[in-house]
Design a protein around this ligand. Structure first.
Ligand SMILES: NC(=O)C1=CN([C@@H]2O[C@H](COP(=O)(O)OP(=O)(O)OC[C@H]3O[C@@H](n4cnc5c(N)ncnc54)[C@H](OP(=O)(O)O)[C@@H]3O)[C@@H](O)[C@H]2O)C=CC1
Ligand SMILES: O=C(O)[C@@H]1CCC=N1
Length: 270
């Protein structure tokens, strides 16, 4: 079916999703429409993504069969108030915001709506996104197939219980940021050793990509894969021991806890 996908808010995350959808070729540019606040973003979206873009949120709401709310959590209430009488009767409303619950969406619209809560991530731009999704009981099985099809355009999709949604930013929504920090640090180490900056990014990023693929494609436990790298009495185990001494894994666990606490705080602010 020829469906229109609308985006209210077209910042970094929405642009990544739109870029991923367009690359998949499942939808044409004409099927996508977005709104943003500033003329600067509207012009950029028109120019780089070649889709319709406007400052008129109601226009997007009127057109969309699948409507993404891609604005910050704190302005969801105001945006919903603005568009709630403009959305199509059967529209599927999808939030990508951290901490915005299905109940919040239902209550803000003040009527029965098809509501979907998701947590994507920015690698969606290159078709390697990871999105967790859940839906309310108004979303039919056929709707869910459509939604999964849209999300599959830009990566992998996992349907989960809403009770686990607040845990998702820490593991896959926000975690690209920690991985970029690691790649940046690896590249700094490369530069320190005399490699060029570009060579260092290439080497570090490909090593991270390869390691991730090994987990996804061999089905082996990450610990086993780590052991395969550590030659007895070799260099890697020295690095591993140093990382353990400096609390590498504990730092990640503690960062994730902070991320989840903030996600829950964002939830409570609404
Ligand atoms: N960035 C990420 O990695 C991820 C983000 N998210 C979620 O995505 C959402 C957006 O985040 P992100 O893209 O990073 O943030 P951005 O700040 O990049 O994007 C927010 C967008 O909202 C627009 N906006 C602000 N006010 C209005 C308004 N009144 N009407 C219409 N549009 C408006 C902004 O317009 P303008 O550009 O003109 O200012 C901007 O395009 C958040 O809820 C976040 O939790 C979820 C997963 C990952
Ligand atoms: O930082 C944030 O709040 C959003 C949620 C996940 C990634 N970015």
């Amino acid at each position: 079916m020829e469906r229109t996908i609308g985006f209210i808010g077209c910042g970094k995350m929405a642009q990544a999703i739109i870029g991923g959808i367009l690359q998949s070729a499942d939808y044409t540019n004409e099927q996508l429409i977005a709104s943003a606040k500033s003329q600067e973003t509207i012009s950029k979206v028109k120019e780089t993504l070649q889709i319709q873009a406007t400052s008129d949120n109601k226009q997007v709401a009127k057109r969309a069969d699948i409507l993404f709310l891609a604005v910050k959590p704190a302005i969801h209430a105001a945006i919903i108030e603005e568009i709630k009488h403009s959305v199509k009767e059967d529209a599927i409303i999808i939030t990508i915001a951290a901490g915005i619950s299905l109940t919040f969406l239902e209550q803000s619209f003040g009527k029965e709506i098809k509501a979907v809560r998701t947590m994507p991530n920015t690698p969606s731009l290159v078709g390697e996104g990871m999105s967790a999704i859940c839906a309310n009981s108004s979303v039919t099985e056929a709707d869910m197939i459509d939604i999964i099809r849209v999300f599959s355009c830009f990566g992998k999709v996992e349907v989960i219980d809403e009770g686990l949604m607040n845990a998702i930013p820490a593991i896959s929504g926000s975690s690209p940021a920690y991985v970029y920090m690691m790649i940046e640090a690896l590249a700094d180490g490369g530069v320190k050793a005399g490699l060029t900056r570009n060579q260092s990014y290439q080497l570090a990023a490909q090593a991270v990509l390869g390691a991730a693929k090994m987990i996804l494609e061999t089905g082996k436990h990450p610990g086993e894969l780590k052991d395969e790298v550590c030659t007895p009495g070799g260099a890697t185990i020295e690095a591993v021991a140093e990382l353990e001494k400096r609390g590498f894994r504990a730092s990640i666990l503690s960062a994730m806890e902070r991320c989840t606490e903030k996600t829950m705080a964002l939830s409570n602010e609404n």
